[in-house]
Ligand binder design. Structure first.
Ligand code: HEC
Ligand code: HEC
Length: 258
């Protein structure tokens, strides 16, 4: 009987020790994967980015310091093809993406290791599920519409800069743009726009830019606001009045002749 009790106790001890040790082992595996990604990212960085951003990300006269910009900034800049930048200009434009998502993740891991910054958002954070579209519209009009227009169609800014259209932009990149504020865009950290607010804005943009949303006000005219609507009024409204005036004048002239 005593032998059985000892055996049971021994088994319980092994179980307890195993559960205590196992998670740390997993964490270790994660850690090595992470440091591998950082190493790979460092190599990619040395080839593609160091010429402008400096060998340790400290920045040069051709590019700003990347210490503390975070993985989200790298995922946005490289994932939308803005980086690596090519020629200097008013604003670094979007181009064809040159790195695979796996390489972008490695670059992001390396930059994040230089200094803490915003992480790449998870799908749960940027998916429009569980969002309030009407609230998102309200937030968009107060925070974003002055540059991006009411439905995110974009617009010109000063000195050759512009706010791009937000149609067809990946929800992850919309979230990251708000987190990091690329170039002339202000950043909206969670203290300004909470995670839920960001989700609401993404859901609003998704709604107004999807093809199957009907415009309740009739013809959309490109969704550009007062300019295209005014032009429509001028050409068709005023044009119609002029046509009527010409027709009336022609008739009176004819009536006088006969
Ligand atoms: C030709 C020079 C050049 C190259 C090459 C280049 N960059 Fe940049 N990068 C810039 C400049 C200039 C800016 C600043 C743009 C601005 O804000 O007006 C910038 C901005 C950035 C930012 C945004 C920083 C912030 O404050 O949010 C990130 C992130 C970035 N670069 C990452 C990279 C990565 C990663 C690579 C390599 C794949 C790379 N860059 C290659 C010139 C360059
Ligand atoms: C002061 C003007 C300004 C405001 C306000 C502003 N943006 Fe921007 N936004 C810009 C500019 C300029 C760019 C282009 C930056 C670049 O190319 O690096 C931009 C870029 C973006 C992009 C990237 C689009 C792409 O094609 O990759 C997204 C997404 C975005 N903005 C969303 C928003 C949202 C959402 C808000 C409100 C919470 C907002 N912006 C507020 C000026 C602004």
């Amino acid at each position: 009987m005593a032998a059985l009790v000892v055996l049971l106790l021994a088994l319980m001890c092994t179980g307890a020790v195993y559960t205590a040790v196992a998670p740390t082992r997993e964490a270790k595996a994660d850690e090595t994967a992470q440091s591998l990604a950082i190493d790979e990212g460092k190599k990619l960085y040395a080839v593609g980015c160091a010429s402008c951003h400096g060998t340790g990300g400290q920045g040069t006269s051709d590019g700003p310091s990347l210490v503390g910009v975070g993985a989200a900034a790298v995922d946005f800049q490289v994932g939308t093809g803005r980086m690596p930048a090519q020629q200097p200009g008013a604003q670094v434009p979007k181009k064809k993406v040159v790195y695979t998502q796996a390489e972008i993740d490695q670059l992001a891991a390396y930059i994040a290791s230089l200094g803490a910054g915003p992480n790449v958002p998870t799908e749960a954070q940027y998916s429009p599920e569980g969002a309030d579209i009407a609230k998102g519209g309200e937030l968009f009009r107060t925070n974003c519409a002055q540059c991006h227009n009411f439905t995110g169609k974009g617009g010109a800014l000063t000195h050759g800069k512009f706010a791009p259209t937000l149609e067809g932009v990946d929800p992850k990149h919309i979230y990251e743009a708000m987190q990091t504020g690329p170039q002339n865009m202000p950043s909206f950290p969670d203290t300004t726009l909470s995670e839920q607010n960001k989700k609401d804005i993404i859901a609003y943009l998704d709604e107004v830019n999807s093809d199957d949303t009907e415009s309740p006000g009739g013809l959309e005219l490109g969704g550009l606001g007062p300019v295209s609507e005014g032009l429509f009024g001028w050409i068709f409204g005023l044009g119609g009045l002029i046509a009527v005036a010409v027709w009336v004048a022609a008739r009176t002239a004819k009536a006088k002749k006969s």
